[in-house]
Design a protein around this ligand. Structure first.
Ligand code: GLC
Length: 484
């Protein structure tokens, strides 16, 4: 069989622009697929924040062949050996951010990503590209599978193409008023009930779920959860009706970025080859972290957390018990931006416990690496988590993750008290602050009372391998299945 040719359409790519884990996957998965011999090209919007965007050559200057014939240019770039095409339209993408400013989404996000989804397909014949698989990701490109099946249904050029949708976070459904989305006239034909989301509204994610040839969630457990009323974010019928075509494929870890042995952000590199290297490296990085975060430089158990400040990440479990936990001789370092109310509460607690709790309100890749390396435990008490990547990075850095047993967190972390011989971290399941507090205390007890066992668990966590190669094999199986 000839090598599979993939057109990967996505709204962000790590190393180019990133707001979340979606970008990490969009960088690493195409590389892993290419390493397996597939041909992979990526298409994304040409945001102004793409570094050196103006110097990326324009390879096409055109307009949508379909109404509303929006003009656009296509720029090309090579990134880690992958060809990336950037869809350039000033009205939609020449602005400071990707999706939102000051925590408020751009009012025309529906139009912006409807346009991008249209252009992702419009451009194919114009560039002479005929992929086998169109791989869409999340709501931003959820219309792509829909357009492939509806707009291009009788276009021979597209006849053999199949589509796949990867669901990274089904809470974001891409809900917009159908009237606003004039640029997708197909939305107004009859029979579109499986796209609707309330009267007069459509969900771009629903469009993708309904029309993609195959759908996958980014972990096996999230795929299961999506088929339950509790875990489906309201889309249980949509996912259940696709259950035969629904896959769960665990994300991998990009060890070229997340490896304590080579990490360029760390003051001291270390590796799992010896307990001494780990102990020395962790201590040096802990001290650097304490210095950067203005915490006293002491050898106390340090709990790190890096994430968007949203309810999804479990702040409603953490905030009510944080002061109580800080009565222990511990330190906590939190990095992130997001909802102002959560940021305020974190600033308050940090100012009450300046010796113990530091909150750095920023999105900082450098600090994300330092927190992973300098902490003893990493907090991820998520309400839900499609896969989660930070817990995987944490394990690679010998920082034991403390997670709630949801989504991919459940698939990746083994709890110490439940399974001491295989443990790689700590987990709890009740969605309550108290359950989190108990879990954090269990972690603390291990650290203080059984330091040798803590070190064993740490080395075990570091030796776990979540490389993208295995995940890429699963994606290839799904592609082959779609192409059968
Ligand atoms: C989203 C999910 C996260 C997942 C990431 C990459 O950010 O919330 O759980 O790891 O996408 O798939």
């Amino acid at each position: 069989m000839k090598q599979i040719d993939v057109w990967f359409t996505v709204s962000e790519v790590q190393g180019i622009v990133k707001t979340g884990g979606l970008a990490d996957v969009a960088k690493a998965l195409p590389i892993a697929l290419k390493d397996k011999g597939l041909s992979v090209r990526v298409v994304m919007p040409a945001y102004r924040s793409v570094p050196d965007i103006e110097s990326c050559p324009i390879v096409l200057d055109t307009e949508l062949s379909y109404w509303p014939h929006t003009p656009y240019k296509v720029r090309s770039a090579e990134f880690n050996g992958i060809e990336v095409f950037l869809i350039d339209n000033d009205d939609f993408f020449n602005r400071p951010e990707l999706y939102a400013e000051h925590n408020r989404a751009y009012a025309d996000n529906g139009d912006r990503f409807a346009f991008f989804s249209s252009a992702s397909l419009d451009v194919l014949p114009k560039l002479g590209l005929k992929p086998d698989v169109i791989h869409a990701n999340d709501w931003h490109t959820g219309l792509v599978p829909f357009l492939l099946k509806v707009r291009y249904v009788s276009d021979d050029y597209f006849a053999d193409m199949k589509s796949v949708l990867t669901v990274h976070n089904a809470m974001f459904k891409g809900v917009f008023s159908a009237d606003e989305l004039q640029s997708i006239p197909e939305l107004h034909v009859s029979g579109m009930e499986h796209l609707q989301y309330g009267y007069g509204y459509i969900s771009m994610l629903r469009a993708g779920i309904a029309y993609a040839d195959r759908v996958n969630a980014v972990s096996p457990n999230y795929a299961m959860e999506l088929m339950t009323p509790l875990g489906s974010h309201g889309l249980v019928d949509d996912f259940v009706s696709r259950s035969r075509d629904l896959y769960g494929i665990l994300n991998g870890c990009d060890y070229s970025e997340w490896n304590p042995q080579t990490d360029v952000y760390l003051p001291k590199n270390y590796d799992a080859s010896s307990a001494e290297s780990v102990a020395e490296g962790k201590l040096a990085n802990k001290n650097a972290l304490q210095e950067s975060f203005h915490l006293p430089k002491r050898d106390v158990p340090l709990f790190g957390m890096v994430c968007r400040l949203t309810a999804q990440k479990g702040f409603h479990y953490l905030l009510p018990i944080l002061s109580e936990f800080l009565r222990n001789d511990v330190q906590i370092a939190i990095v992130g931006t997001g909802e102002p109310e959560m940021a305020n509460q974190l600033h308050n607690i940090a100012s009450q416990y300046p010796e113990k709790c530091a909150f750095f309100e920023a999105y900082s890749n450098e600090y994300a690496h330092l927190v992973e390396a300098g902490s003893d435990f990493f907090l991820m008490p998520s309400e839900f988590e499609a896969c989660g990547l930070n817990q995987i990075y944490s394990m690679a850095y010998g920082t034991l993750p403390i997670v709630r047993t949801v989504g991919g967190l459940k698939d990746t972390v083994i709890d110490f008290d439940r399974n001491p011989d295989d443990a790689t971290g700590f987990s709890f399941s009740d969605p309550t602050p108290q359950a989190l507090l108990i879990c954090m205390q269990r972690a603390l007890i291990l650290y203080l009372q059984q330091p040798d066992i803590y070190k064993e668990v740490q080395l075990r966590a570091m030796s776990r391998d979540f490389s993208w190669s295995d995940s890429a094999n699963e994606y290839i199986k799904m592609y082959k299945n779609a192409l059968m």
